[in-house]
Design a protein around this ligand. Sequence first.
Ligand SMILES: *Cc1c(COP(=O)(O)O)cnc(C)c1O
Length: 401
Amino acid sequence: MTASEHAIATAEAYSAHNYHPLPVVVATAEGSWMTDVEGRRYLDLLAGYSALNFGHGNRRLIAAAKAQLERVTLTSRAFHHDRFADFCTKVAELCGMEMVLPMNTGAEAVETAVKTARKWGYRIKGVPDNMAKIVVAGNNFHGRTTTVISFSTDPEARADYGPYTPGFEIVPYGDLTAMEAALTENTVAVLLEPIQGEAGVLVPPPGYLPAVRRLTRERNILFMADEIQSGLGRTGRTFACEHEDVVPDVYILGKALGGGIVPVSAVVSSREVLGVFRPGEHGSTFGGNPLACAVALEVVDMLRTGEYQQRAAELGEHLHRELGALTGGDAVEAVRGRGLWAGVDISPAYGTGRAISERMMERGVLVKDTHGSTIRFAPPLVITKEDLDWGLDQLRAVLAG
Ligand SMILES: *Cc1c(COP(=O)(O)O)cnc(C)c1O
């Protein structure tokens, strides 16, 4: 048995099977490349679902984390610490907002946004007790907690986890008429991914997000943008909402905010909205800890110059040009996305998304399928054009059989 086989068999025996990882056992990684326990190298075109926007082992981020590890790592929010104020002001500034509520994982940030919207609805908007509704889109992915899966439309994500949390209305993504019809006096928020990642990198029809913005503004409803995967440079802008000149009331951030080192998430909004919380009404032991703040501060600092966004825009244009050329043949049915982010629908005749991913892996490229026959590409934003081209060569070779 090889070291890889042993590690995989042991993981199979001792871990819950809530994932079906590709059969690769990573030992080290740097930039866009990962090396397995046998020393084989793989180009990472998934980047931890965008948690690794700045690549593996980014020197600036590692240095920031190391320096903080030597100072103080955790205080809990029982005490102030000297990175917290800086973290909150810099994250708020990046978002053009006023206040920040830090959490750890994306799902927790979504939960926090749901609680925020409800509290805002009761305290500020004047919705009658327990009547608040939040409108979400079909095929959404906002995380895995019981409340969040309560408004999922994915049977796999929901089955056997009921009873579900009430208070959510689901409308088809991109359908403005359905959205408008779903809004009532008791609607406190609309929660959307500006581009639906897990659904297969679905970009809504042009004009949809601005129209939702107009509707929500007219009716005093919060527009909450889940930018956990789409945000922080991935699409060629700091936020995916910017492509449509939309400014939401609430940004939900996660993934890349932790620099691929620690989980860091945040809800970012105005004083009117986040001002609803009083001590004891919400919290997290690790949320906003010194290590998380130090890493996230460095992330925000790196995003301030716009160079990563620029890179994602330029390389993204190249990626989409190359992938678009493949839609001429019969292997690729559709390509969607923005910036360094693409969902590629492979014709079922060429194999399942899983089978394509495994064949890519055999050629030294790591990607992940989503929903049957879609392959998702989300390389680290630091990838070189040469590496990206090599990765695309491997895709072409796999599809050529
Ligand atoms: C990944 C993701 C989440 C959940 O984040 P976790 O850190 O895995 O809890 C929520 N929303 C979107 C859009 C995501 O991509």
